[in-house]
Design a protein around this ligand. Structure first.
Ligand code: ADP
Length: 271
């Protein structure tokens, strides 16, 4: 364990007396260090595409390129701009999540709808990445989840998008909703991708933590996806479970507690 940091303050207290105050500032200092790291990371993440972009602008200004070459440079510039847009969008999502109170029961949302939206996105993303994947979606029987619909949708979409991005062509992505023994619901996203070595697992949900930086960038990652998912799941009183091993694919599961799920029993009185 790290040594604790204690701050001592001496206050004058009445005539000739002193009051000694001690305060444990370990947590405060840790939070401050994390904030500094975060700002440094964000600066770095923005500077990289910006440098590339500025380089291309300069090239276009100084070289007289033929039209097809110009086109190519403009395409590469658009990619860098898009990368920054995605990063800023994810940063805004995170800051909104941190600045707002946890959602109450909110609205009930049909699992079927949640899944249908994710399926559409997954198919579109696989097509853009020119991948052939077997995509399986199982919304379970008549389940509904409670909370902030936009957040739950975004959390599941993030996991599905990761599975599609990291799984090579020919693989499978399976998304399932199933009741847990505790009366909650488990939303799991399983893929047959490369899997993740155990030493990375504990840090995977940290902001900007990536196992393979270039693979993440190439596939359009910001490094913030899992941090966002974890935040959303915890705000809903649940937890994010990760099971993965190199060469054996990964399963990311959002487990929501009983109050967040309702199962519409099949109507047995009707015959
Ligand atoms: P990114 O935008 O880089 O994908 P995430 O926060 O979503 O950021 O994920 C963090 C890292 O976890 C990724 O960079 C990748 O190394 C790893 N990862 C996430 N999902 C998967 C997956 N389904 N299969 C393999 N690795 C994954």
């Amino acid at each position: 364990a790290r040594p604790r940091r204690i701050a001592l303050h001496v206050h004058p207290y009445g005539e000739g007396r002193r009051l000694l105050l001690s305060r444990d500032v370990t947590a405060v200092e840790q939070a401050e260090a994390m904030r500094r790291d975060f700002v440094a990371n964000v600066s770095h993440e923005i500077r990289t595409p910006l440098t590339v972009l500025a380089g291309f602008v300069e090239t276009l200004q100084t070289l007289e390129l033929a039209a097809p070459e110009q086109e190519r440079y403009l395409g590469l510039m658009a990619q860098q701009a898009q990368r920054m847009q995605m990063l800023v969008a994810d940063l805004l999502v995170l800051s909104r999540l941190e600045g707002s109170p946890p959602p109450g029961a909110g609205e009930w949302m049909a699992m079927q709808g949640l899944m249908a939206q994710c399926e559409q996105e997954a198919r579109a993303l696989a097509a853009v990445q020119a991948k052939t994947l077997r995509l399986v979606f199982d919304a379970g029987d008549g389940m509904a989840v409670a909370g902030a619909p936009g957040e739950l949708q975004s959390a599941l979409s993030n996991l599905v998008s990761n599975a599609v991005r990291y799984t090579p062509s020919g693989g499978t992505v399976e998304v399932r909703a199933s009741p847990t023994p505790q009366g909650g619901v488990a939303l799991s996203v399983r893929d047959t991708g490369p899997g993740i070595a155990p030493e990375h697992l504990p840090r995977l949900t940290e902001r900007f933590y990536r196992v393979d930086r270039s693979r993440s960038r190439e596939s359009g990652g910001t490094g913030l996806g899992l941090a966002i998912v974890k935040h959303i799941v915890q705000r809903h009183g649940g937890e994010l479970r990760i099971e993965s091993a190199p060469g054996r694919g990964s399963t990311f599961t959002m487990v929501l507690p009983p109050g967040r799920v309702r199962v519409q029993q099949p109507d047995v009185t009707r015959s």
